[in-house]
Design a protein around this ligand. Sequence first.
Ligand code: ADP
Ligand code: MG
Length: 686
Amino acid sequence: MRPDRLNPLFASADGLKGVGPGLSRPLEKLGLTRIRDFLYHLPDRFVSRRVLPALDEGAVGEQIIIELTPVEYRGGGSPRTPFRIMARDGAGNLCALVFFGRNAGWARKQLPLEESRWIAGRLDQFGQSLQIVHPETIGSDGAAAMGKVVEPVYPLSEGLTQGRLGAVIAQALTHVTELPEWIEPSLKKREGWPDWHEAMLAAHKGEDGKARDRLAYDELLANSLALMLVRASNRRAAGQVLRGDGRLRSRLSLPFALTGAQARAIAEIEGDLLQPSPMLRLLQGDVGSGKTVVALESMLIAVEAGAQAALLAPTEILARQHFETLRRMLAPTGVTIALLTGRDKGKAREGILMGLMDGSIQMVVGTHAIFQDAVVYKDLALVVIDEQHRFGVGQRLMLTQKGRRTPHCLAMTATPIPRTLTLAQYGEMDVSRLDELPPGRQAIDTRVVAQERLGDVAAALRRHFETGQQAYWVCPMVRESETADLAAAEARHADLAAIFGDDVVLVHGQMKPEAKDAAMERFSRNEAKLLVATTVIEVGVDVPNATLMVIEQAERFGLAQLHQLRGRVGRGSEKSVCLLLRGDTLSEVARERLALMRETQDGFRLAEEDLRLRGGGELLGTRQSGDTPFRVASLEQIQRLLPLAHDDARLLMERDGGLVGDRGEAARLLLYLFERDWGVQLLRGG
Ligand code: ADP
Ligand code: MG
């Protein structure tokens, strides 16, 4: 149970002014529902704005605040033409306030004609006239008196403005109270870090490295501590010795010989399964390195020993695909395997649940549905978690701890994360690495092509289809501009379908699962030659006949993500090609990143370089792109502070592993604050 004193921070934000039904969707999209979420929604940066008495005193490009009076509405009739509000300052200078997209209605409400308003934004020149694009309306309280104003810039989602989000966060900040200290006193002193409540307030007020570091450190400490608690509990837990006799494995008919790396990994796992304490092992291997076979052999050991094994996949698509692959390979062994996802209902589901309970089903593949309370296993002894980098590993491990005995756990990931991040995500797991690709793989020919040459790309696609091979076309999709990106992907699909006919299918994250599967099915059965997709194909999809990939606006993807995507091709024996389309204005860093993609196919090298290129420079660090379990700590902070947090957590565990002393109690608060309370729950169990 969450300690009472945290309740105010976990209260729903519904009670705050301005969080009406209209805003709840964009807020939820950012994961903001409780007071705590708003507090930890930290500014990306700060802008400093000058209050101007008249427009002609500002410089082009300057962030300004000024009092303006709207005098005329213009345009905005179609989605393509922006809506403009012509507005005048006190001296009679004219300026256009410009709104793109669906903001016209809102703008009219905020800026009625002939009523003066305080406006904030960047002063730009368009032809001969001045304009401010997507300005903020702000309160007039003393703005004129201040001269210069520093304002936080928060990450937004569509439908939100800085003004509205800022107002809600300001209210959330009034709920900040003092909390007992969980950081080691000498460390806190050495770093000059403020108390939690001071740090929180300061981080929203201006650029304050110490405040930001403290908050980031808290998150890293919570994570390290939780992972150590899981590990400690795992060491205490009763596992099950699994001794396979090889009778099923010998009947497997693999169409290839195992690589040395695969054989080594299997041997390591076999050794773990012979131990009485449960295995906690990470199998790291680049895309295409052949993790599935390692999983299969491990699961067969469990079945040979008379127990059951489960494979957990992150998506329905992947679960289905794994199920088909395993079923095919298992055919000569006679092992019974079932697929269980959230979509299975009624009789079919009942049948599977019965089979798992009485042991007649020996293996199951599925999504998180395989761990729901209704699912009871006769003797689940091994859980394999595939591609789980998208979830915190700790939470996944918790799922596995529900039986009488703790099952052995093998986590598999293709994300070649740098070593510092390995520590962050996996704590103290044992690691096996598949550092050798199966033989016969050809390098993927990667080229960077200007987006304007779309015509040439279409011609290349046509030639490609004539050889009977298939292709992927990937469109970017980022949280901040989801609606626009989705529209762009749909438009691109329509363009391509107009050229290549109806065997062009579209898959994106907002489709119904059934529709998504149907499209994927058509593609994997080679009934569709082109799959247009947002990044849902990133994880695990395996269609060897697809040997060409086009990635639009490649500069918007992280290197690790591009690497994952590119790994979808180059799976068969045919030569594969990856075309990275780039926009015409590229930053130096973006140029460097794309060049790296051309240069190397080594996932670990790309991951290290990505970290280097992203980490440098920015004062507040760079926001996470979802490939770490952290929301507060930046990549730079992770590298700098994680080793400290790790040592601090270890020290605390050594002194007070039960978290019962004063600092231990405070650390429990910390775990709840960052929702790593699965760590605390294990404490009680142990
Ligand atoms: P990943 O590690 O990305 O999950 P998969 O297990 O999907 O990789 O394997 C990728 C492809 O390589 C599959 O088509 C698989 O059949 C093939 N493969 C796996 N191991 C070997 C091997 N030792 N020799 C040849 N091909 C292999
Ligand atoms: Mg895989």
